[in-house]
Design a protein around this ligand. Structure first.
Ligand code: UDP
Length: 381
């Protein structure tokens, strides 16, 4: 039988950690060929190149250069570039992870060419239509033939929107596969020492969502609150390129206890997450990783599309409210042990590959979500 071609579309930092375990698992399947396309949505080497060296992902087979632009323009550039590539490659399946503009563009380009789409990390909902990610994930889900979910709630959301259960497979969290695979190496790094910090003696911060960093007043109040908190517990802030650029415009000056850095390579960042007393973030992936690590996470947002990180994990919503940062050192004392959500076990990539393979061979559209469910297990300590 002819080999089936699976094309993965990545465009931004969190996409790599999600796709790598599926790519690696499919690489072992004789009936499957793969190609990786990078849209160039993230083009700064600090949030692109380093990850291909660290993760089980090859250099992209095709590199588009959509670059930064307004959401519509960026999505449109990715759409037209991907359409050209898909028309040439004629994949049997296009895999789009997460919720960035490249995700939506990849799904739309594929369905217009009658190519089935697999959405990896389907069904997440913040129910907040002001978030660009919410547009991307909702529209992508409704174009996908195969929806791979990482939590029971995600399947429930899809059910409520009328998505047929035979298109949904609960496979677990591939981003946590990447974490599990890299944790030992990350722990050996003890990256906090590089900054003169002690294990569990600092707060790690990441912030990049437009709702926060594109609002100069809010960003200014946030860094002021972080500087105040850093007097109690040092703060290490590896800032996303867009955040760094906004901070430069504010003429932000770090202090000895508030350390600002460029974005970090994955294993160094994971080491810092694992060693932190707490993490303050607006990142989606970081809410999940801290849950898997059992590290207290404080999310500077009014909502989360990842409620399992609150119900099972270590996540607390602070609201989009910089003054709440002052409460964090006291709240850390009240941490509770984390429970790893079901199927956040390091084997989601293999399960996802089983589902993709079955889809490609026509053996099944998608397995029943319940057949894959296992009991919750304690988080890594
Ligand atoms: N991350 C990283 N270096 C950093 C900050 C984050 O490798 O300096 C990783 C983090 O471990 C997680 C992913 O980037 O795997 C999260 O990406 P991001 O916060 O950009 O996107 P989101 O998850 O919010 O979509």
């Amino acid at each position: 039988m002819a080999r089936k071609l699976v094309v993965h579309v990545v465009g931004a930092r969190p996409n790599y950690m999600k796709v790598a375990p599926l790519y690696e698992a499919l690489a072992g399947r004789p009936g499957v060929e793969q190609a990786l396309i990078h849209t160039g949505q993230h083009y700064d080497p600090a949030v692109r190149d380093v990850f291909f060296a660290e993760l089980p992902l090859p250099e992209p087979d095709v590199q588009l250069e959509v670059g930064s632009a307004s959401h519509g323009e960026q999505t449109a550039r990715a759409l037209s570039g991907l359409e050209r590539v898909f028309a040439e490659l004629r994949p049997d399946l296009v895999v789009v992870p997460g919720d960035v503009n490249s995700t939506l563009a990849g799904a739309l380009a594929a369905v217009k060419l009658q190519i089935p789409v697999c959405h990896l990390e389907a069904g997440l909902r913040s129910f907040d239509w002001t978030m660009p990610e919410e547009h991307n994930r909702r529209l992508t889900d409704h174009m996908a033939a195969l929806l791979l979910t990482h939590s029971a709630e995600a399947g429930d959301n899809l059910g409520m929107e009328g998505v047929s259960p035979d298109r949904i497979a609960f496979v677990g969290n591939t981003m946590i596969d990447t974490l599990v695979a890299g944790l030992q190496r990350a722990r050996k790094l003890a990256a906090w020492r590089h900054y003169g910090l002690g294990r569990r003696r600092y707060i790690l911060v990441t912030l990049h969502r437009p709702a926060l960093v594109d609002d100069p007043e809010l960003l200014h109040e946030t860094v002021r609150a972080l500087a105040q908190t850093a007097r109690t517990l040092p703060v290490l802030f590896p800032a996303h390129p867009r955040t760094l650029e906004r901070l430069t415009r504010l003429s932000f000056r770090p202090s000895p206890n508030l350390i600002l850095s460029s974005p970090l390579p994955y294993s160094r960042f994971l080491s810092l997450e694992d060693g932190a007393a707490a993490v303050i973030t607006d990142s989606g992936g970081v809410q999940e990783e801290t849950t898997a690590l059992g590290v207290p996470c404080f999310t500077l947002r009014d909502n989360t599309e990842r409620p399992v990180t609150i119900s099972h994990g270590t996540n607390t919503l602070l609201g989009l409210n910089p003054s709440s940062i002052a409460d964090v050192p006291a709240l850390i004392e009240r941490r509770r042990p984390a429970i790893r959500p079901p199927l956040w076990d390091g084997r989601a990539g293999e399960r996802a590959a089983d589902v993709v393979e079955a889809f490609l061979t026509g053996a099944s559209k998608a397995p029943a979500a319940q057949s894959l469910a296992v009991a919750a297990r304690p988080a890594a300590q």
